[in-house]
Ligand binder design. Structure first.
Ligand SMILES: *Cc1c(COP(=O)(O)O)cnc(C)c1O
Length: 357
């Protein structure tokens, strides 16, 4: 007899991307930023270490919330920091979804949503995307109407495409919460300042952001949610009192206060992304136009799994992905490739060309 809750017994658990612990890899598999964080981060962490680690951190993350609220033209009570964006996704499930209520998300997209819904004992359904990654609003509307929580990554992963806010406003459930997971929001062609939160449906929208990607802090674990204080106040009851520690708060605050650094790193990644896209197309790959720090690519003839394995044998890691039962019932496979430095990208392309010969 199993001692686990049935919801835990039933699921496989989310499998994160590989994190090799030896050197020499070109690592393009988990959408980390190839550039270091702002030098202010190390200084702030050192100062925090020299300070008082014997007392609990600020449970309200006051300084972080103030700096972040400024960026989005809201008051600090619209901001909820978390131990990574993934923690905010857990908090959202625990705050808004009762067992048996419906959680929906586009498919193919971020697989963690399904795991979190399972752990919550929620019902869940996929909102099937068209083959060109666009929405058929009429098809998904009946599911949206029954949803308590709708989670949409924008830009989407693994595709990297970005939907205009006008085209997804109809995905806000009439009796539920709409989460815009903007893990890659800083890489969009036109970053926004939360205007959608001030529309008619804005009271039911939560935007989630992370410092893992655009701010180069995946190792620190820090994310935040932006929403009307009526929603944030409920989420705050659910989170651990001290969900962000003194060192991560110091790091995240220093990073968010150095916008110039983030924007310069973004500029480089966007330039390399354009080059990577052109180069892949030149050697016969199909590449979705990306507004994130990765590209989704497929080859009309070759096996994606074999390419992935051949790259891995030469110490290049990309993400091989397989989605069963996409619209039309078939299986979708492809490679998601993180935009690295120029050197990493050139090295990857060189090895890829050799493999294809
Ligand atoms: C990376 C990612 C996250 C998680 O961000 P963390 O802050 O590192 O937990 C959430 N959603 C999507 C779509 C992501 O790609």
């Amino acid at each position: 007899m199993s001692l686990f809750r049935p919801d835990v017994d039933r699921i496989d658990g989310y499998v994160p991307g590989e994190q090799p612990q030896d050197d020499g890899w070109i690592k393009l598999n988990t959408n980390e930023n190839p550039y270091p964080p702002s030098p202010r981060v190390a200084a702030a962490v050192a100062a925090a270490c020299a300070g008082r680690l014997n007392i609990y951190p600020d449970p309200l993350a006051s300084r972080f919330r103030k700096a972040t609220a400024n960026l989005f033209n809201v008051d600090p009570d619209w901001i909820l920091p978390a131990n990574g964006s993934d923690e905010n996704l857990t908090i959202l499930n625990r705050t808004f979804v009762d067992s048996g209520e419906l959680v929906t998300y586009p498919y193919p997209s971020y697989i963690l949503y399904e795991t979190l819904a399972d752990l919550q004992g929620a019902a869940h359904e996929r909102l099937q995307l068209n083959a060109d990654w666009s929405w058929d609003i009429d098809r998904v509307r009946p599911q949206i109407e029954r949803s308590k929580l709708v989670l949409v990554p924008n830009p989407n992963s693994p595709s990297g495409n970005c939907w205009a806010h006008e085209s997804i406003a109809e995905l806000v459930p009439p009796n539920g919460i709409f989460v815009l997971d903007e893990a890659y929001g800083d890489f969009r062609d036109e970053p926004h300042r939360g205007e959608i939160l001030h529309t008619d449906v804005g009271r039911r929208i939560v935007i989630t952001r992370t410092l893992s990607k655009s701010y180069s802090l995946a190792g620190i674990r820090f994310g935040f949610a932006i929403a009307h204080p009526d929603l944030i106040s409920g989420m705050r009851k659910v989170k651990d009192s001290y969900n962000c520690n003194t060192l991560s708060l110091a790091a995240a605050t220093a990073a968010i206060e150095d916008q110039d650094w983030m924007l310069e790193s973004r500029r480089r990644i966007v330039a390399t992304r354009a080059r990577l896209t052109v180069a892949l197309r030149e050697i016969g790959f199909h590449v979705v136009d990306s507004q994130a720090n990765f590209v989704w690519t497929t080859h009309p003839e070759r096996s994606h799994q074999q390419i992935y394995e051949a790259l891995k044998a030469r110490k290049v890691l990309v993400r091989f992905m397989k989605f069963a039962d996409v619209l039309g019932g078939s299986e979708l496979t492809g490679l998601r490739i993180t935009v690295g430095t120029d050197d990493e990208t050139d090295g990857f392309l060189q090895i890829l060309r050799e493999i294809l010969q």
